[in-house]
Design a protein around this ligand. Structure first.
Ligand SMILES: NC(=O)c1ccc[n+]([C@@H]2O[C@H](COP(=O)([O-])OP(=O)(O)OC[C@H]3O[C@@H](n4cnc5c(N)ncnc54)[C@H](OP(=O)(O)O)[C@@H]3O)[C@@H](O)[C@H]2O)c1
Length: 248
């Protein structure tokens, strides 16, 4: 059986319309893979589609929508149906970075629905065909918030701790199969994440970023994802934690 990070494999990347997801799609296509990119913003997905050409298939998809996810996967063209790699990347902290008592409940529910329920939903729809072929690699994007709680992020941290618990238990359930499960836990990455966290307030997002001396780039995270994928089938990377080098 060929290595999973080889020409012809199909990867599905959620949240491919920006940041880490878009960079990951580009890196995978550069390695010869075909990439299904999903997100809610069709406009931004179209830009990526133009760039990736026939090696990319962009689908407008909200991971919170069970019926839409089921339909999108069922309707994939036959040659795209066998997904070898699932990168569960879609996530946000919109309306976050506030003490718990000040968080808007609807925004908090949305963080859980996207970061946790959406990630589990995507996995549950993709994994049956992986099990049928005994071939697959699931990469969940956690965060340092998956294991280090900090203030003003109670619900976001809860969501990423949940991703961690899911990843670890899923890996155990896959123990007698060839399916690998990896979690990538970045520190601060320079993406649209902060702008979305502050609901489009650019000054607040810039101030947050400026409070950190350095940040990772989406390419840094995409390289870590590719490192986990490029290991021989007998090697499982459980987790990669990436932090920006202070002072670099
Ligand atoms: N940036 C950081 O500092 C950092 C650090 C650690 C972990 N992370 C994690 O990295 C992942 C990617 O974030 P990013 O930094 O690349 O931020 P980003 O640039 O804001 O990208 C987030 C992506 O998630 C997608 N998304 C959000 N809600 C969605 C939904 N309901 N359905 C489908 N797609 C949805 C967005 O697409 P649409 O808006 O088009 O739907 C977008 O493509 C997230 O899981 C985040 O928690 C980020």
């Amino acid at each position: 059986m060929s290595d999973i990070l080889s020409s012809g494999s199909v990867a599905l990347v959620t949240g491919a319309s920006s940041g880490i997801g878009a960079a990951t799609a580009r890196h995978l296509v550069a390695r010869g893979l075909r990439v299904i990119g999903t997100g809610r913003s069709l406009e931004r997905l179209k830009e990526l589609a133009d760039e990736l050409g026939e090696t990319g298939l962009m689908i407008e998809l909200d991971v919170r929508d069970e019926d839409a996810v089921a339909a999108a996967l069922a309707d994939l063209p036959a040659e795209w149906r066998e997904i070898d790699i699932l990168v569960n990347n879609a996530g946000h902290d919109a309306g976050g970075w506030q003490e718990f008592q000040d968080l808007d409940r609807t925004a908090s529910d949305d963080v859980i629905n996207t970061n946790v329920t959406g990630l589990i939903r995507m996995t549950s729809h993709v994994i049956p065909r992986m099990l049928n072929r005994n071939r697959g690699h699931i990469v969940n994007i956690g965060s340092i918030s998956s294991f280090t709680p900090y203030p003003k992020s109670a619900v976001y941290c809860a969501s990423k701790f949940a991703v961690d618990g899911f990843t670890q238990s899923l890996r155990m359930d896959m123990a007698n199969t060839a399916i690998r499960v990896t979690q990538i836990d970045p520190g601060v990455v320079l993406t649209g994440f902060q702008l979305s966290r502050y609901k489009g307030d650019q000054a607040a997002a810039d101030a947050f970023i400026d409070s950190y001396p350095t940040g990772l780039t989406p390419d840094d995270v995409a390289r870590a994802i590719c490192f986990s994928l490029e290991q021989p089938p007998g090697v499982m990377i459980d987790r990669i934690v990436l932090q920006p080098t202070q002072g670099a």
